[in-house]
Design a protein around this ligand. Sequence first.
Ligand code: ADP
Ligand code: 5GP
Length: 221
Amino acid sequence: MAGILFIISAPSGSGKSTLVAQLRSLVEGLEFSVSYTTRAPRGSEIDGREYHFTNRDTFEAMTGRGEFLEWAEVFGNYYGTALAALDHARKSGKDLLLDIDVQGAKQIMQRLPAAVSIFILPPSPQVLEMRLRQRSQAEHVTSAVVIERRLQQARSEIEQVWDYKYALVNDVLDQAVAELRAVVLHERGAGEDSSVTAESCRTASRSRRLCAALEMFQIPC
Ligand code: ADP
Ligand code: 5GP
């Protein structure tokens, strides 16, 4: 039987990679799709682990051959999910987790409506800026321009939150991890204890936490 396809999107710096790494250590049977990208490796990233790093010619040849389930241009670089990742997860009977941007998520929601979509928000623009700066310092990258561009992009991405089934606010890390885990278990029908938490994370429930974060970005709830 086909597994569940989980899509996770978030503005860059929201803490998505941190959350996903913790989720993977807590939940079994979850495969992570390694995307293709034309951007250069960052910090300690390794080819084939965080991404398949490639060049524009190779990427464009792959799009021409229809090898992507979805792809998009983000911050001037191509990013794409290979169809092979979906096939591999299906064959191994695992659920598949995609960490993709809002444009790619939209393509998948149309192509595969059963996919479970999750949006992660930072609690405020100030916190997002702090996390972006913290990360660039940790990676010894001076990238004021990149940080500024990502902050501007964040608001327009967050406006897409209503297209997603679930919305989590990554304020206190442990709480956000627990919520993400609850959503996965709930969707698997595997955790009655998780249902209350998961239901409170439904975007449609417009929880107080969600509305408070949206307000900080001046987005109506
Ligand atoms: P993303 O994958 O969304 O771009 P990262 O996971 O790289 O973001 O996180 C950006 C920075 O924020 C990292 O330095 C990370 O350690 C930090 N971070 C993530 N989640 C939290 C949190 N809940 N509280 C404090 N710092 C966090
Ligand atoms: P980063 O360069 O910070 O790793 O990622 C930048 C953005 O690209 C993030 O929003 C991330 O989710 C998105 N992204 C990563 N892989 C893919 C992919 O395969 N497809 C799409 N559409 N977006 C991706």
